[in-house]
Design a protein around this ligand. Sequence first.
Ligand SMILES: Cc1cc2nc3c(=O)[nH]c(=O)nc-3n(C[C@H](O)[C@H](O)[C@H](O)COP(=O)(O)OP(=O)(O)OC[C@H]3O[C@@H](n4cnc5c(N)ncnc54)[C@H](O)[C@@H]3O)c2cc1C
Length: 419
Amino acid sequence: MADAGTRIRIIGRRGSSAAYALRDFLHRCDVPFDWIELQGNEKGGAAGLGTTPDPAHLPLCIFPDGTQLERATLRQVSEKLGLFRSPSRSEYDLAIYGAGPAGLSAAVYGASEGLRTVVVERFAVGGQASTSPKIENYLGFPQGISGAELAGRAREQAVKFGAEILLLREGIRGEFMPGKGIGYLSDGTKIVAHASICATGVEYRRLNVSEEDRFHGAGLYYGAGASEASLCSASDHVYIVGGGNSAAQAAMHFARYAAKATMVVRDRSLKNTVSQYLVDRINSSPKVEVLYCSEVVALHGDDSLRAITLRNKDTGKQWTADTQWLFLCLGGNPHTQWAEEVGIVRDEGGYLVTGPDLLRNGKRPEKWPLNRDPYYLETNMPGVFAAGDVRHNSVKRCASAVGEGAMAVTLVHRYVTAG
Ligand SMILES: Cc1cc2nc3c(=O)[nH]c(=O)nc-3n(C[C@H](O)[C@H](O)[C@H](O)COP(=O)(O)OP(=O)(O)OC[C@H]3O[C@@H](n4cnc5c(N)ncnc54)[C@H](O)[C@@H]3O)c2cc1C
């Protein structure tokens, strides 16, 4: 094959969900790479390669040192890049679950203030924010900043201060006793820590139509598609489902690359759900269209998505539109069943209840063992804190998640010194 180059190259076919997972992971980890898309009719070798790879070897990953991984998996690629690590200690002062803005912020403050800190993240750093093409309301970035870049900087800062970040590891169960918490990860690893912060955010809400799983990563994507927009061609028509700021951001971003970006919105207006500056941009962009009172009711395709069926909720009229790109920006729900199992109080939506919200008529929660009220971000389990979107009544913004991550660390110090 051709010489190794200076960036990672991923070779695969459009519509391959395995290749999408790799692209998404590298994008979120801020690792530069080139995507070489095979059409199936290459003669004399794919672009930049001496030969055309065997389809059975796709996705193929070629590293700058010449190493090639056939049918590359996330685990193999992250190991090769040194991003997959095992815990270096048997016990930590602080364990943080989730490396979105809240978790990364807690990691920066925890590690910089001398706590032996570990962050457990089931995918890549950045959380929902890393799927945003441009965050324009985060303090200090007047021109906006991509979520992946913001996350990359935060990761660098946390690691600089000595935080350990364990990627591709998922916390599934917890056990808490006075002064000690044990987090059990899906691969069997145990994380023991004096205090814990749950910053696991929310899970993407689904469309709930048949074949959604089959097309995930193969034409259907959750989030605003920050890693995919540049792969659209100028003749593509992109559909985005959702009527909030993230969907509006995505539409404006895709309009830069595609022929047209259509927002599919259930309401009659964007007025109450989208910031005015984005509404103004959408209204003045000739490439962005909004279908109000509409929903996607069916998906069609072969190996990948080829078309969708839409329905107007008022008239019941249905029609099918050709598209290879469907992005779902539908917000999310927290994934906190583990908390219920250990008796941590959740609200009816599954969000973790903390601090003053735990008090009923001024009374502390049942079985609360200490002679003080729960701290502001503390759950009903002493030493277990929640920060960011996973928390009951949280604000659902990057800046507030970052603020809560920092505040949670201050409360961890208070817990460590005063109990
Ligand atoms: C497309 C999009 C655009 C947005 N744009 C903006 C914007 O412009 N401005 C703004 O202020 N906000 C924006 N938001 C909202 C903002 O990104 C969120 O409020 C913020 O990311 C919440 O941070 P968090 O750390 O609480 O949770 P999340 O960002 O949801 O991060 C949670 C992390 O926890 C991980 N995790 C979950 N479960 C586990 C587990 N069991 N074990 C280990 N790890 C786990 C997840 O993989 C994830 O990385 C946007 C959101 C989206 C989706």
